[in-house]
Design a protein around this ligand. Structure first.
Ligand SMILES: O=C(COP(=O)(O)O)[C@H](O)[C@H](O)COP(=O)(O)O
Length: 318
């Protein structure tokens, strides 16, 4: 059977893999949109062929990056809403599902921002790690509430996503101090809150986020600084309810060390994990659009949202 994936979908997958499109919420949004593109572009003649093409497109998108569970959750949402026995009905239901998913994504981030903002007080200084649109939504909502905030922004080696955060905060007129990652503990005495995002939240309340989050959380606890994770419910990882672990993406060593430097140093091993796991005991709260949760109780929300799910519904037989 011809399982043609639209070139535009391949292009989105390449952009996600190369991190032109990055950050868990943005990846989910782009992946869902790509499924709508596939549905619209398909010239399948039978419902079976249409489904096969959609499954192939989902597979290409899924294979881009392994850690952000928002990506399979976005694909799952579309497949669970796709219904009908004709190409046209399947196409329409897929396109409608994508629109609904993207609307929900925007709304969830706004609602989460309102809740997270309540934890921030006027005059607070917030430390950030990486670039998280969910975390920034909390700051934006606090600013909208008329609170004045300042920020200490960790640069977030190796790819310096902290620069994106710094730029956004400057646009909102938030005074920013940029620091190298290893300066974080020194500056914790000057901050009132640590605010991070998540690529995945496990059933035991562990938070998977950009490498460096767990060390920051341990230091924050030691310093007595509250730390919260801003994570929409699409960051909740259903597979962890049945014992699966979250795969941590290992990236190219070239992000850390160039070929010339490497030659000079000689024969060494270089490892570049993109994410780490913060155990629930080091996190004060997980803020979702459904409210704020102590990490240990997030599983109740996961049961309510996911119930029985298959991990990769686009691989079901057509
Ligand atoms: O770790 C990262 C991004 O990693 P990368 O740059 O490797 O994708 C972000 O903290 C989360 O994805 C949450 O982002 P958001 O809140 O925007 O979903």
């Amino acid at each position: 059977m011809d399982t043609e994936v639209a070139p535009a979908v391949e292009a989105v997958a390449a952009d996600i893999a190369e991190m032109e499109i990055r950050g868990a919420a943005t990846i989910a949004d782009a992946a869902a949109d790509a499924l709508a593109t596939q549905a619209t572009a398909s010239d399948a003649e039978t419902a079976e062929q249409f489904r096969a093409e959609m499954h192939a497109a989902a597979g290409v998108l899924y294979d881009t990056r392994p850690t952000a569970v928002s990506l399979p959750n976005a694909l799952r949402f579309v497949f669970q809403s796709m219904e009908g026995t004709t190409v046209e009905s399947l196409r329409q239901s897929a396109v409608d599902a994508v629109e609904q998913f993207r609307d929900q994504l925007d709304r969830a981030q706004d609602d989460l921002g309102e809740i997270g903002a309540n934890r921030l007080r006027d005059g607070d200084t917030v430390m950030t790690h990486c670039h998280s649109t969910d975390a920034l939504a909390c700051i934006e909502a606090a600013l909208d509430q008329g609170k004045e905030l300042s920020a200490v922004v960790k640069e977030t080696r190796p790819r310096n996503q902290g620069h994106i955060t710094a730029e956004q905060l400057r646009e909102w007129d938030v005074p920013v101090t940029l620091i190298v990652d290893s300066a974080a503990r020194r500056y914790l005495d000057e901050v009132d809150h640590v605010l991070v995002g998540a690529d995945a939240v496990a059933a035991d309340g562990s938070v998977v986020n950009k490498i460096g989050t767990s060390g920051l959380a341990v230091s924050a606890r030691e310093r007595g600084v509250p730390i919260m994770t801003a994570a929409q419910t699409i960051k909740l990882h259903p597979g962890t309810m049945t014992g699966h672990t979250v795969e941590i993406e290992m990236r190219d060593e070239a992000e850390i060390i160039g070929p010339a430097e490497r030659d000079e140093i000689g024969d060494i091993a270089v490892e570049n994990p993109a994410f780490d796991v913060t155990p629930p005991r080091y996190m004060d709260a997980i803020v979702t659009e459904r409210g704020q949760f102590p990490p240990e109780s997030i599983v109740t929300l996961m049961r309510e949202l996911f119930g029985e799910t298959s991990a990769r519904p686009w691989e079901d037989p057509v």
